[in-house]
Ligand binder design. Structure first.
Ligand code: PNS
Length: 173
């Protein structure tokens, strides 16, 4: 439940594709703070993305439409610039593992040094700590099962991209 005066938080990511761990962070953030801007962005460390930016935005919108207080937009440039444009009080990131913390802590300090924006971490659900967009892309490419890791619209989109029935089967029949 949000506090009496709702805050606006920015949840930036590449969301390639949006998965159940992302949905959990969005849901937690909406409950805790009120308004969540899901910022679909470019990650310079991941230049060869799978899904086009406009389609990532569309997918994230469809996956979060049942969560009130959420809007999804594409942003160019820096996360700190997106936070400013979105009128965000702070940035939210989800943490799965200590490795995530190492990366996110450096980004949080760097972002704070640039504009003063703060970052708040939300712990992912323990049963979702293994989910990653990278492995979802890899498994979907070979027709493996991903429907326990992503919302239904993502299953359909990846099946369309790879021409495989990624979902309930292992693709062996
Ligand atoms: O889902 P990801 O790929 O882990 O998200 C990474 C993302 C998009 C949040 C990060 O690459 C990012 O903030 N990109 C925008 C560019 C930026 O602000 N760079 C400076 C980081 S300190």
């Amino acid at each position: 439940m949000a506090t009496s005066s709702p805050l606006t938080v920015l949840y930036p990511g590449s969301f390639d594709p949006f998965h159940n761990g992302h949905l959990d962070v969005v849901t937690q953030a909406a409950e805790l703070f009120g308004n969540v801007v899901v910022a679909v962005m470019h990650n310079p460390d991941k230049p060869g993305g799978l899904i086009a930016l406009a389609d990532r935005v569309d997918l994230a919108r469809r996956c979060t439409e049942h969560v009130s207080g959420v809007r999804v937009e594409a942003f160019p440039g820096l996360a700190v610039q997106a936070a400013s444009v979105a009128g965000a009080d702070f940035i939210v990131k989800g943490l799965r593992t200590p490795a995530d913390f190492d990366v996110e802590q450096q980004m949080a300090h760097t972002n704070h040094s640039v504009t003063g924006v703060r970052t708040v971490y939300l712990p992912c659900r323990s049963d979702q700590a293994f989910i990653s967009s990278r492995f979802i892309r890899e498994i979907a490419q070979y027709g493996g099962r991903i429907d326990h890791m992503v919302p239904a619209p993502v299953v359909a989109t990846l099946a369309g991209i790879f021409g495989k029935p990624s979902g309930g089967s292992e693709g062996s029949s």
